[in-house]
Design a protein around this ligand. Structure first.
Ligand SMILES: Nc1ncnc2c1ncn2[C@@H]1O[C@H](COP(=O)(O)OP(=O)(O)OP(=O)(O)O)[C@@H](O)[C@H]1O
Length: 244
């Protein structure tokens, strides 16, 4: 099974260290959730894995292939796509143009068109809005464009940075269900999420970072028994954390 392995990763910005010896592993076909208090380094970790930030130490491997220190386009070509907060669509470009941008490495036009068609079959709502500027879509629709765009290159792993940020409770449920569906079709999902309770419903595995270090690793059913973690660091209060 394809596994993304992060080992003893350290990193930060300028001289400021944010991550200290962080390790995790995520598998294709699973949703791996990354929780932790604000500012603990979750986004920094995803950016470091995706090659958007240099690592100070440690390794990132995909199925044993060393990706440590590779620039983001190389990491992407290995099948790891980063979905930034808010989706990161190009607001002034149409939905169709955004999808084309997702496949910019596919040089054969027919092949790119076929991939776009495949993805649109999965996202019929986007088909109706192909010529609309992505920036004029709702937050939920922009997240769909972002997911659809990432799927054009048939990634093995999607790194989601708070896919539900700014979305209504209903859209949050939809987007989290979609991440679970992506995992079911064999993609590995590594996801930061603030909606702990809802994320636990779709998670196969959970990591918690505190202060840029690993604090917890386990299965979603077990995390509720760590009261300090749930209440103090994740802000989930009594009777709120049951993933059922
Ligand atoms: N570009 C940057 N330059 C300098 N410091 C940064 C930069 N981006 C983030 N930081 C700092 O790094 C720390 C970790 O930020 P990060 O965004 O990784 O945390 P997070 O766990 O994702 O937080 P949140 O849950 O609030 O999104 C914070 O103290 C933040 O202020």
């Amino acid at each position: 099974m394809t596994v993304l392995e992060v080992r003893d990763v350290s990193g930060g910005y300028g001289a400021v260290q944010i991550l200290s010896d962080v390790s995790l592993s995520a598998a294709v076909g699973e949703v791996t959730c990354l929780f932790g208090p604000n500012g603990c380094g979750k986004s920094t970790l995803l950016k470091s894995i995706a090659g958007a930030l240099p690592l100070w130490g440690g390794t990132v491997t995909l199925d044993g292939t060393d990706l440590t220190g590779q620039p983001s386009h190389k990491v992407l070509s290995q099948g790891i796509a980063l979905m930034p907060q808010g989706g990161g669509v190009f607001p002034g470009l149409s939905v169709k143009e955004n999808l084309r941008m997702g496949g910019y490495t596919i040089k054969v036009r027919r092949e790119l068109d076929a991939r776009i068609e495949e993805v649109l079959d999965e996202f019929p709502r986007l088909r109706e809005r192909l010529s609309v500027a992505a920036g004029s879509l709702s937050g939920g629709e922009q997240m769909l464009v972002s997911i659809a765009r990432a799927l054009i290159l048939q990634p093995r792993f999607l790194l989601f940075d708070e896919p539900s940020a700014g979305l209504s409770p209903k859209l949050t449920t939809d987007v989290l269900a979609r991440t679970a569906a992506l995992a079911e079709r064999g993609i590995g999902v590594l996801m930061i999420e603030q909606n702990i309770k809802q994320a636990l419903r779709v998670a196969d595995k959970v990591y918690v970072l505190v202060g840029g270090r690993n604090r917890y690793e386990g299965r979603p059913g077990d995390i509720n028994s760590d009261k300090e973690l749930m209440h103090l660091y994740l802000g989930v209060h009594k009777d709120e954390g049951d993933p059922q």
